[in-house]
Design a protein around this ligand. Structure first.
Ligand SMILES: [Zn+2]
Ligand SMILES: [Zn+2]
Length: 272
């Protein structure tokens, strides 16, 4: 599951649901191309969901992290502790430097730093993780960083997720979406943000979109009714993720609106 014999890129949703789902294991996706792989986010329920697929968090080498909500990072303590004390290796985190510091200081440090002293000092981020450090593109009018992981090209761009009062990505708490190989867009969590398609369309030839989708309107996620306002050509390549447990009741409505449909958990999406 962590490698492919061909050159295709595949994306498998380990979970496809929202933060509080009891059916869909939150929203975390495994990206594989040849011998390269990374997992986008690792929520509280991700270790369990990986276990159902015969994998441990220590089998995943690379973790791309989009933002600090527990449905996206709640499994990282297990990643850090099992790697350090059982597998005795370091996983790799893919995230911009500024955000890695924010994530450690506000979320990961409390559970990870104080397990051990090395030379009289508690553990640091660097003791627990190797990093892939995406490089910021200076000319972009939205924060945009790019990196490569083996044969996979990764771009991370800022999104507008929290707080709900923030008028733009610039005043939002750090949260990122991902473009994979310049052609697959994975928004991760975001409010409705049509300017994002203008921004990415100027740089990438997007062939498929996986977009955050809430089944009702309000709060910090794009809703099905808001996304319905996008152009038909955008909706035709858009699969909807991060949904609530009542998603089956909305399948016909999403199809009538022109969307590709709701993401199916555990079924690989393959891009030749
Ligand atoms: Zn989320
Ligand atoms: Zn979130």
């Amino acid at each position: 599951m962590l490698s492919r014999d061909d050159t295709a890129l595949s994306i498998t949703f380990i979970g496809a649901g929202n933060a509080f789902t009891k059916k869909y294991y939150q929203n975390n996706a495994l990206v594989v191309k040849g011998n390269d792989h990374f997992l986008i986010d690792c929520g509280t329920r991700t270790p369990e969901a990986l276990g159902m697929l015969g994998l441990s968090v220590t089998d995943v080498r690379n973790y791309l992290i989009t933002h600090s909500h527990a449905d996206h990072i709640g499994g990282l303590e297990e990643v850090m502790l099992l790697n350090r004390y059982v597998a005795k290796k370091k996983p790799t985190m893919i995230a911009p430097r500024m955000y890695r510091r924010f994530l450690w200081k506000h979320s990961l440090k409390g559970g990870a730093a104080y397990n051990e002293r090395v030379d009289g000092k508690y553990l640091r981020f660097e003791d627990l993780w190797d990093v892939v450090d995406p490089v910021r593109l200076p000319d972009a009018d939205r924060e945009l960083c790019e990196a490569t992981l083996g044969s996979i090209k990764i771009a991370m761009f800022r999104t507008t997720h929290i707080p709900d009062s923030a008028p733009s990505w610039r005043s939002s708490s750090p949260s990122y979406g991902v473009v994979i190989d310049g052609r697959i867009l994975f928004t991760s969590d975001t409010r409705y943000d049509p300017d994002l398609f203008r921004f990415l369309g100027e740089r990438y030839a997007i062939e498929a979109i996986f977009h955050d989708c809430q089944l009702f309107t309000g709060g910090v996620h794009a809703s099905l009714d808001e996304l319905a306002g996008l152009p038909a050509g955008t909706k035709a390549i858009m699969s909807l993720m991060h949904y609530g447990d009542a998603v089956d009741d909305y399948a016909d409505k999403a199809a009538a609106m022109g969307f590709k449909g709701f993401v199916k958990q555990h079924e690989p999406y393959v891009f030749e």
